[in-house]
Ligand binder design. Structure first.
Ligand SMILES: Nc1nc2c(c(=O)[nH]1)N[C@H]1C(S)=C(S)[C@@H](COP(=O)(O)O)O[C@H]1N2
Ligand SMILES: [Mo]
Length: 245
C-alpha cells in the first residue's frame, strides 16, 4: 500500500492545489471533503497513471480466498456455469456512441493484460494473484464514450442480503492501464468464488471496488439515481467511494 508514503507526503502539500478531479457538483456530492482530499492527494503524489505494485509468480498466494458472494444459487447461473459461460454476455450501455454486447469469446480475443497484484480487503486480509483480461480502456474505446460520460457503473449477477451488488469508478481509474476485466486467475478461468466468468480488477483500490460476476458496464454522468446513490453496494452502506489503497 502507498498509504504511508501518502501520509508522509501530505505534509508537503499546499492545501490549495488539489481540487481538480471532483470539482463538479456530482463529484462533490459523492465524495466527502476528506475523501476528495485523499483521492486528489494520492493522484497528485503518485501520478494519475502510477502503477500499483506488481509481484512475481513466486509471490502468488497458494489459495485466493473468496469474500462477499462466493457462489450464486440461481438456476440461470447454474445453467451458465454448466456451459462454461458460453452464453454469458457483458453489455456496455449508457453514454456511449456504440453500445456493445460482448461474449466471452469476444473478450478473450481482445488484447490481454496479465498482472500479479495484491488484493487488500478492508476486513483485514490480503492475497496475491495473477489476473488476465482486456484493459477496460480497450472496451471503452470500442464503445466510444460520449462527452457527458463521467463514471463506469459495474452491474453484477449476485445480490447480498437481497440487494444487487454494484460498483462504480471514474474515468481516471477506468482508463488506468491496470484496470482490466479479468476472466482468468493464476492462468485458469476464474473460479466461481472469485467472480466467474468476469470481474473487475482496479488495482489501486481496495477489495470491495473489484466487482465480481459482471453482467454489464453502464456509462453515466451521475450516480445519484442508482440504488442508494453513493456509487456502490458498500458505499450505500457507508464505505468510501474512493477506496485508494
Ligand atoms: N459481485 C460482487 N463483487 C464483489 C463482492 C461481492 O460480494 N459481490 N465482494 C467484494 C469484496 S468486499 C471483496 S474483498 C472482493 C473479494 O474478491 P474475492 O472473492 O475474489 O476474494 O470482491 C468484491 N467484489
Ligand atoms: Mo472486501
Amino acid at each position: 500500500m502507498h498509504r504511508r508514503g501518502l501520509l508522509a507526503g501530505i505534509a508537503a502539500l499546499a492545501t490549495g492545489g488539489c481540487a481538480k478531479v471532483a470539482d463538479s457538483g456530482t463529484g462533490q456530492a459523492l465524495l466527502g471533503a476528506a475523501e476528495t482530499w485523499h483521492m486528489n492527494a494520492q493522484r497528485f503524489l503518485t501520478g494519475r497513471n502510477a502503477l500499483a505494485t506488481e509481484f512475481t509468480r513466486a509471490d502468488i498466494s497458494p489459495f485466493f480466498r473468496g469474500n462477499g458472494t462466493t457462489a450464486i444459487d440461481t438456476p440461470e447461473y447454474a445453467a451458465a456455469k454448466a456451459t462454461d459461460f458460453a452464453n454469458w454476455r457483458l453489455t456496455v450501455t449508457g453514454l456511449v456512441a456504440h453500445p456493445l454486447t460482448l461474449s466471452m469469446e469476444n473478450i478473450r480475443r481482445l488484447p490481454q493484460r496479465t498482472q500479479i497484484t495484491r488484493h487488500d480487503c478492508v476486513e483485514g486480509w490480503s492475497a496475491i494473484g495473477e489476473w488476465t483480461g482486456p484493459q477496460l480502456a480497450t472496451i471503452l474505446r470500442g464503445a466510444t464514450l460520449l462527452p457527458s460520460a463521467r463514471f463506469i457503473v459495474f452491474r453484477c449477477a449476485d445480490t447480498l442480503g437481497g440487494a444487487p451488488y454494484y460498483e462504480s469508478i471514474d474515468l481516471v481509474d477506468a482508463f488506468h492501464p491496470q484496470t482490466i476485466i479479468a476472466h482468468m486467475l493464476n492462468g485458469a478461468p476464474l473460479p466461481e468464488r472469485n467472480g466467474a466468468p468476469l470481474r473487475l480488477r482496479v488495482e489501486r483500490q481496495l477489495g470491495y471496488k473489484h466487482a465480481k460476476y459482471l453482467t454489464g458496464l453502464e456509462i453515466v454522468s451521475d450516480l445519484s439515481d442508482i440504488h442508494g446513490g453513493h456509487g456502490g453496494y458498500w458505499e450505500d452502506r457507508g464505505y468510501h467511494w474512493y477506496a485508494g489503497a
